[in-house]
Write a protein that binds this ligand. Structure first.
Ligand code: ZN
Length: 344
């Protein structure tokens, strides 16, 4: 049977072993594991205390105080080793992964707006600086707003120009933003000046200059004294500001909702007016169909054409972006090709 000296010896041996293994631990996990083996609730010291029932109370006291002393020493070793391991851990990234300032940085492509969005915002801001307010309308329209109220009755040949696809319920994806003119005049009483940017849809075969979907900015200015010269001044200022156009001209044109109707052309930006295949050898490119609001359109919305006058325009916006950036194929703007879009 073991005597008290054997037990004390055993406890002292535990300290030696613990000291060796704790100090030899390579990381915090191993250190915690070793600590539990010697000084944990089910560790080697606790195990010895469970087996001293046969000793006298005086002896038990001696064994208890010895094991406490050893436990404390093990804990001291544990804490000091723990601090060492933590400081090694902290210094590791600095000593092992030194930063090489001569290595080129990772390239970071800064995001930017799609050219259509960027030019659209620029244009909208320009009109707002001239007192225009932005209004919106639905992309799916009734034929009344898209045609009839714009003086394009069902049986009139003029509707052929905008012949398009219809939905099964008789509604139509709007063929122009001009429908917003009618909706605006129904709601607002003059004077007002508004622009309506938005998507439009037409039955087109897709080629370099046509898509079945396109962007337009509609403009409408109604007041008692609005004149054709106001239209000319504002639209000329617009193409000069947005496109840097040097030369402009107005040509008579027919649109059922304006009288007189005009087209604003700018000198071809691709050939400088000499003539090329993009301007069809004319030296001019049509940019903004426009005109004075037809009295019949005013009558549809209950505005007295004897009292009020107005001008309206519908700028094909994708074409403006093409001209601004010398893009010769409209489809490039909608393909989502980063190599192309990142150039703008
Ligand atoms: Zn040209």
């Amino acid at each position: 049977m073991e005597n008290i000296a054997d037990i004390i010896k055993k406890i002292e041996l535990i300290l030696d072993e613990a000291s060796r293994l704790l100090n030899g631990s390579k990381d915090l996990n191993e250190l915690d594991f070793q600590f539990k083996i010697f000084a944990g609730k089910k560790g080697k010291i606790t195990e010895i205390l469970h087996n001293i029932h046969s000793f006298a109370p005086e002896e038990k006291k001696i064994i208890g105080s010895k094991s406490n002393e050893i436990k404390n020493k093990i804990e001291e070793i544990y804490l000091s080793k723990k601090n060492k391991l933590i400081s090694i851990e902290r210094s590791r990234p600095l000593s092992e992964n030194k930063i090489d300032l001569t290595i080129p940085g990772a390239s970071f492509e800064s995001p930017h707006k799609h050219p259509i969005t960027a030019v659209l915002e620029e244009t909208v801001n320009f009109f707002m600086s001239m007192g225009f307010e932005v209004v919106e309308g639905p992309e799916i329209e009734t034929t009344y707003y898209n045609f009839d109220a714009l003086n394009i009755p069902a049986n009139h040949p003029a509707r052929d120009i905008w012949d398009t696809f219809y939905l099964l319920n008789g509604l139509v994806p709007r063929t122009h933003t001009s429908s917003v003119q009618v909706r605006t005049m129904e709601k607002k009483s003059p004077p007002f000046r508004v622009i309506a940017p938005g998507r439009c849809y037409r039955y087109e075969s897709v080629d370099a200059t046509h898509l079945f979907m396109f962007n337009q900015i509609e403009g409408l200015f109604v007041d008692k004294t609005v004149r054709l010269s106001d239209l000319k001044g504002i639209l000329e200022a617009t193409v000069k500001y947005i496109l840097g156009a040097k030369k402009t001209r107005f040509r008579p044109a027919f649109y059922p909702f304006v009288e007189p109707g005009l087209d604003l052309d700018i000198e071809c930006v691709f050939c400088g007016g000499k003539g090329c295949n993009i301007c069809k050898s004319t030296g001019w490119i049509e940019v903004i169909p426009c005109g004075m609001v037809h009295p019949q359109v005013f009558k549809y919305v209950g505005i007295d054409p004897e009292k009020y006058r107005g001008f309206a325009f519908g700028m094909g916006f994708d074409r403006v972006v093409m001209l601004k950036y010398n893009i010769n194929d409209l489809r490039l703007l909608y393909q989502g090709n980063i190599d192309i879009l990142s150039q703008f």
